[in-house]
Design a binder for this molecule. Structure first.
Ligand code: GLY
Length: 364
């Protein structure tokens, strides 16, 4: 079993996404990129992976490259900042990395975003490879070249669009991923169906048990279909001038909940809450029926995602949503559903309309 697709950037084939069950084809893929074995490699990872799979990956990379170092930082969103990037730059300088050398991002979204940003900026840009290990990073953050870190209280405020040379997934690593993180990734997977493909959303519903049992063939199909949707969107609009914003479905309220809960809820869980609110709003507008709204919310619940939150007020969620950088000239660009599988951008919502959606996901 193995699947792949090529992502184009500005109409030109740019990098391959490989879905594999192990690391057997990794060196072959890297060799195809034409790298000489005397290039230095730095594997960037976090404390979760360092204790789990880093040695295995390191040994594989060392079977071809002579100089392989690793840089590991404590796991968690609070480390996704310029201090961590600075420590990585220092390691690269101490080890005499030059413009021909390569970074490998080995981990989830935080590792991928931070490593990509360091790669984009070290010596004005060196190559990097994504080896995403969480479902969320496999279907979302490793694809499309968004890199960056959080700055002050703002998520992803400093960054660059910078494409990887290869995205290589070893899907068997999902077996060691904590269940809550797997479910968080399912939030982004279900989002892809909701914004772009009713057929895929239905397929997810039909295959729920096999997905939750992590059956390899079904997981491969799910990740492949999700990556296909993401690929099509980022190819059409790599720098988020329009269409790519659809990927932010559930994220306006989701990001606010994530921040207000001090990142104690996983990203995909907050997106689940945000999607429930956006569906309620889509229903209030008469785009989707009550039945469709219930179908979506029930499906999110069946996949283990939260669809409501306790202990937050609607006003604070609105205020934080409005401070999000995705606002255009003071207006929130809210993503709504015209129907299941067909999202659109609505930049003209009133505070009252947004508050109604927020209150629909508040408990107590
Ligand atoms: N994760 C949203 C995007 O890549 O645009």
């Amino acid at each position: 079993m193995s699947k792949s697709m090529t992502v184009s950037y500005e109409g030109i084939p740019c990098y391959e996404i490989r879905l594999e069950q192990d690391f057997k084809n990794l060196i072959g893929q890297i060799k195809q990129l034409g790298y000489a074995s005397n290039r230095k490699i730095c594997i960037v990872t976090d404390s979760n992976l360092a204790g789990l799979h880093l040695n295995e990956l390191s040994e594989i990379i060392k079977s071809y490259f002579h100089t392989v170092i690793s840089f590991s930082f404590p796991a968690g969103e609070e480390q996704k900042n310029l201090d961590t990037v600075q420590k990585l730059y220092e390691q690269l300088i101490l080890n005499h990395f030059d413009r021909k050398d390569i970074l490998i991002a080995f981990g989830g979204g935080v590792v991928g975003d931070l490593t990509g940003f360091a790669a984009a900026t070290y010596l004005r840009g060196i190559d990097f490879i994504q080896i995403p290990t969480t479902l969320l990073s496999q279907v979302d953050s490793s694809i499309g070249g968004k890199t960056g870190v959080d700055f002050l209280q703002y998520k992803n405020m400093v960054g660059a669009f910078y494409q990887p040379k290869l995205v290589y997934m070893n899907l068997s690593l999902l077996k060691t991923l904590p269940n809550a993180q797997f479910i968080s990734g399912l939030g982004e997977v279900l989002k892809h169906g909701l914004i772009k493909s009713e057929a895929y959303f239905s397929w997810m519903q039909e295959n729920k048990s096999r997905i939750m049992e992590l059956q390899p063939d079904i997981i491969e199909e799910m990740v492949f279909q999700s990556c296909e949707i993401k690929r099509r969107v980022v190819e059409l609009d790599p720098k988020e001038a329009g269409e790519r914003a659809l990927l932010n479905f559930g994220h306006t309220i989701g990001h606010a909940v994530e921040k207000l809960s001090d990142f104690k809820l996983f990203h995909g869980e907050c997106v689940g809450i945000g999607m429930a609110a956006a569906c309620r709003l889509s229903c209030n507008f008469g785009h989707i029926t009550e039945e469709e709204c219930s179908r979506i919310i029930d499906t999110l619940v069946q996949f283990g995602l939260p669809v409501s939150v306790k202990g937050l007020s609607q006003d604070e969620i609105l205020a934080v949503s409005k401070s999000d950088k995705k606002m255009a000239a003071g207006n929130i660009k809210f993503i709504l559903l015209k129907s299941i599988g067909n999202a659109y951008i609505n930049p003209d919502l009133s505070n009252e309309q947004i508050l109604a959606a927020i209150s629909s996901v508040l408990e107590g």
